[in-house]
Design a protein around this ligand. Structure first.
Ligand code: UDP
Length: 238
């Protein structure tokens, strides 16, 4: 088996990726596929931190007309991410992949509160680390949480698993002539307003010089290819 290219990675998976066919909830067939990919990456010796979104349960932008105030709506979204990390963390552990989860805010009878040095220690001792609760603050996204944790945990790359296999110059779902970039700079992505990650996330990653690989995270085997540095997806860097 080829060696891993990266020592430590942060994998960002949107909540949507875990959803069932209705686009809601958690499909454990998807979770089991992810576990088998993460296990393979872990076996290669790669230190893996994971930030999960919550969009399969709640996203502020999907419920703008709910009547909930913005802060409360964002708090629901942050709590939703905890449902996802509990599902993935427990499935990893029960499949023999040691995993530790942390929450950005106190729910400490269930999940320990995130502390950067605890999370680093978990990574150093070869636990897969699952980070829930986003940044712990409203008005942010889990992409920004992923960027922040990528910097704090000193990862080599942020692997952004999406439904699309990279960054295109226009929406490939709408335009069949859309062109895929093999690499692009943060400045270009911000300038062209490419909707891959939000600009706060890009700006943090650019400051911290952490590159991003955007790839199709639902295709089985792709997480392993990503940690080996295979040319799948698009690299965004300074
Ligand atoms: N959220 C938040 N602060 C954060 C991260 C997330 O308020 O630091 C809320 C926000 O309402 C967001 C929801 O949680 O819409 C779910 O996160 P996100 O939309 O990033 O999930 P994904 O689309 O990746 O599943």
């Amino acid at each position: 088996m080829a060696a891993a290219k990266y020592r430590r990675v942060l994998l960002k998976i949107s909540g949507e990726a875990l959803a069932d066919r209705t686009g809601r909830g958690i499909d454990f067939a998807v979770v089991n596929d992810l576990v088998s990919d993460i296990r393979s990456a872990h076996k290669l010796g790669v230190e893996v931190a994971i930030v999960l979104g919550g969009g399969n349960f709640w996203r502020f932008r999907d419920h703008e007309n709910s009547g909930l105030p913005r802060v409360a709506s964002d708090q629901v979204g942050m709590i939703a991410t905890l449902l996802n990390i509990m599902a993935l963390s427990n499935t990893l552990n029960s499949n023999g992949v040691p995993a530790h989860m942390y929450s950005a805010f106190l729910v400490d009878s269930i999940i320990p509160k995130y502390q950067v040095f605890d999370a680093r220690r978990s990574l150093e001792t070869k636990k897969v680390v699952l980070l829930g609760g986003g940044t712990g603050n409203p008005y942010f996204t889990t992409d920004t949480a992923a960027a922040l944790r990528a910097l704090e945990l000193d990862v080599d790359i942020l692997l952004k698993a999406t439904k699309v296999d990279g960054v295109y110059d226009s929406d490939p779902m709408k335009n069949k002539n859309a062109k895929k970039f093999s690499s692009i700079t943060f400045d270009e992505a911000i300038e062209k307003n490419l909707k891959v990650m939000d600009q706060t996330a890009f700006s943090l990653l650019s400051q911290g010089c952490v590159p991003v690989m955007v790839f199709d995270g639902l295709k089985k085997g792709n997480i392993l290819k990503a940690v080996k540095g295979e040319a799948i997806g698009t690299i965004v860097r300074n």
